[in-house]
Design a protein around this ligand. Structure first.
Ligand code: 6GU
Length: 257
């Protein structure tokens, strides 16, 4: 899978996407990540990428022409297999006004051959570029960042690890948000650390009991920390009975999801 990131600040991307797991995935050819400088697509002498808003007001707006040229250059590139197939790319604009990014969306985006992540900046991008070339707008949460770069790194990381071969399938199956629940607690040796013991059930090695303990911990944690997730989690009758024993009431107002 190919990631093309369009930004006014290419230098911000050194590090997060070139270390650790993603670095190995790039070296193995499982994913490719390319950073494109939007300013390089501006045709004027000063490589102007922003301008004052029509109608007045604070801040600057990202200009249509350089941004559109950058997106089109990336989309029309001829790859190893010839012209890119229509629909195999997704153009995503990173903006605090976007739809909230979720694990479900990460799975969906991992199905594309190419993800084009456009980092919004200043007050925003010219609306006409959004209309003409953007497939979806994403935000990573309800807070405001100075630009879309950190958000694009978050999305690229979350999607890349779901591409087959980047990490082993087992680690993505049981993790937090898989099945709509948070993850159970983990322990490794020593059995006692600063007076704190590893739960006996984990040390006994009874597989079915370990599995039930972990399931209960996932349910307990989700109820305590993110009760909103329970509304859309996959819950068996036994799960629901356990949650009720903890005081959970299905359909309660805690479930805002
Ligand atoms: Cl995508 N951009 C900015 N500037 N702020 C954000 C965001 C994106 N997601 C959350 N906050």
């Amino acid at each position: 899978m190919q990631f093309d990131i369009l930004t006014l600040f290419p230098a911000m991307f050194a590090g997060p996407l070139t270390e650790s797991i993603l670095k190995r995935a790039v070296q193995a050819g499982t994913i490719a990540i390319r950073i494109h400088d939007i300013r390089a697509y501006a045709t004027d002498r000063h490589h102007t990428a922003d301008d004052a808003p029509y109608g007045g007001g604070a801040g600057m707006v990202m200009k249509a022409e350089p941004l559109a040229a950058a997106i089109r250059a990336v989309l029309n590139e001829v790859g190893a297999e010839g012209q890119p197939a229509p629909g195999s790319s997704q153009v995503v604009l990173m903006t605090p006004a976007g739809e909230r990014f979720t694990q479900r969306m990460a799975h969906e985006l991992a199905g594309y051959k190419r993800l084009v992540l456009v980092c919004g900046h200043y007050e925003g991008v010219d609306e006409r570029v959004r209309e003409a070339l953007v497939d979806r707008e994403l935000s990573i949460g309800d807070y405001v960042l100075t630009g879309g770069e950190l958000a694009a790194m978050v999305v690229a990381d979350a999607v890349a690890r779901l591409v087959p071969g980047v990490i082993d399938a087992e680690s993505t199956a049981e993790e937090s948000h898989g099945g709509g629940l948070l993850e159970y607690p983990h322990y490794t040796r020593p059995a006692v650390w600063e007076g704190r013991e590893v739960p006996a059930v984990l040390r006994a090695g009874h597989h079915a009991q370990v599995a039930q303990w972990r399931r209960h911990e996932r349910l307990r944690r989700t109820l305590a920390r993110r009760p909103d997730l329970l509304a859309s989690a996959e819950l068996s009758p036994a799960d629901q009975a356990f949650l009720r024993s903890l005081g959970w009431q299905p359909g309660s107002t805690h479930e805002l999801a």
